[in-house]
Write a protein that binds this ligand. Structure first.
Ligand SMILES: CCCCCCCCCCCCCCCCC(=O)SCCNC(=O)CCNC(=O)[C@H](O)C(C)(C)COP(=O)(O)OP(=O)(O)OC[C@H]1O[C@@H](n2cnc3c(N)ncnc32)[C@H](O)[C@@H]1OP(=O)(O)O
Ligand SMILES: CCCCCCCC/C=C\CCCCCCCC(=O)OC[C@@H](O)COP(=O)(O)O
Length: 272
């Protein structure tokens, strides 16, 4: 009986292996499927640990989530080369902005996440089962992207509590995933938040995933991701009138860095 199960299991694994070798679509679906299952299962286990250790929703849970997610890269043959971690060592709160390419970004996020840092996420993430639960427990700030006024209200509230709770807030200013090797125009919420709270903006740039990950061509192999944490941009004394300039400055700095890290010739001056 046990031998039967063993043979059956081996046959299924062999079949999957052959299918993955033959078809990029099967390879992609299985690897992404495995990533989702890994996230769902790890989230359930991590949620139990968070509740036992910290009792509920708190940024302290991010330490547990980070420890778990940092192991994921080994399953997918991903390597991170990180530079500039010292730039996170600012006194007090800050806004961290980074490029957002894929659901795989959570691995890169957790690779460098500083203490006391929460992310801004779309409210739909709350409804992703155990992943939603762990994101809630980690203290993620949920916004409704379909309602600018309610998103602005949430951001204004965050600006007030950041100093009191010594929080860093991680925002993806593109507002959505974009895996083209370039940046989408930045939304201004993160920069309004930085100016309202008078805290620095720290840009973080991840090199393009396009050499090892492309959902359009079903590409998902192992690969190296370069991460650079850039020097903080000060906002002391800036007012809401300066937000557009601040957004543009940050966008151009990050775009040039993205191209440099991805080995792509800089076009930042020609098209914006
Ligand atoms: C253990 C295992 C675990 C496994 C799982 C791992 C889990 C790990 C946990 C980590 C979770 C991470 C979660 C990541 C989530 C990622 C996302 O969800 S990304 C998508 C959501 N995020 C964002 O959208 C953020 C970026 N967007 C913005 O900042 C936007 O500006 C906005 C606040 C959402 C508003 O957007 P929109 O309505 O499109 O408006 P804009 O074009 O930006 O602005 C319109 C107008 O309003 C002005 N304005 C904007 N914000 C403000 C403000 N705060 N105060 C005042 N005015 C504001 C802006 O200037 C524009 O006016 P203008 O005249 O054109 O200038
Ligand atoms: C009972 C419900 C079950 C639902 C099952 C859902 C399965 C989801 C499982 C695993 C997914 C792991 C995701 C990790 C967190 C990813 C956060 C993220 O990257 O969100 C995307 C968001 O930034 C931008 O969204 P869009 O590009 O605008 O779209």
């Amino acid at each position: 009986m046990e031998l039967g199960w063993l043979l059956c299991g081996t046959a299924v694994l062999l079949l999957l292996h052959v299918l993955m070798e033959l078809s990029p679509a099967v390879n992609f679906a299985l690897r992404i499927g495995f990533y989702c299952v890994l996230c769902l299962v790890s989230s359930a286990l991590a949620a139990a640990a968070c509740l036992l250790v910290n009792g509920g929703r708190t940024v302290k849970n991010m330490r547990i989530i980070k420890a778990v997610v940092k192991t994921f890269k080994y399953f997918f043959g991903l390597r991170f080369e990180v530079k500039g971690l010292e730039n996170f060592e600012v006194e007090g709160p800050a806004i961290i902005v980074s490029n957002h390419q894929s659901i795989l970004d959570m691995m890169g996020l957790m690779e460098v996440l500083p203490d006391n840092c929460v992310q801004v996420g779309k409210k739909e993430l709350m409804y992703t089962g155990t992943v939603g639960l762990i994101i809630y427990l980690g203290g993620v700030i949920f916004i409704n992207r379909k309602s600018t006024s309610s998103a602005k209200m949430v951001m204004a509230e965050v600006a007030k509590t950041m100093a009191a709770e010594n929080l860093k807030v991680w925002v993806y200013p593109e507002g959505t995933r974009n895996c083209t090797g370039d940046l989408l125009p930045f939304k201004k919420g993160a920069f309004h938040l930085a100016v309202q709270a008078q805290v620095p903006v720290i840009p973080v740039v991840y090199s393009s995933f396009t050499t090892f990950y492309n959902p359009k061509t079903n590409l998902f192999t192992s690969g190296k991701i370069k991460v650079e944490i850039l020097p903080p941009i000060e906002t002391k004394g800036l007012t809401s009138d300066d937000v557009t300039d601040l957004t543009d400055r940050c966008f151009h700095t990050m775009r040039e860095t993205l191209f440099r890290l991805s080995g792509r010739p800089s076009e930042a001056k020609d098209s914006s």
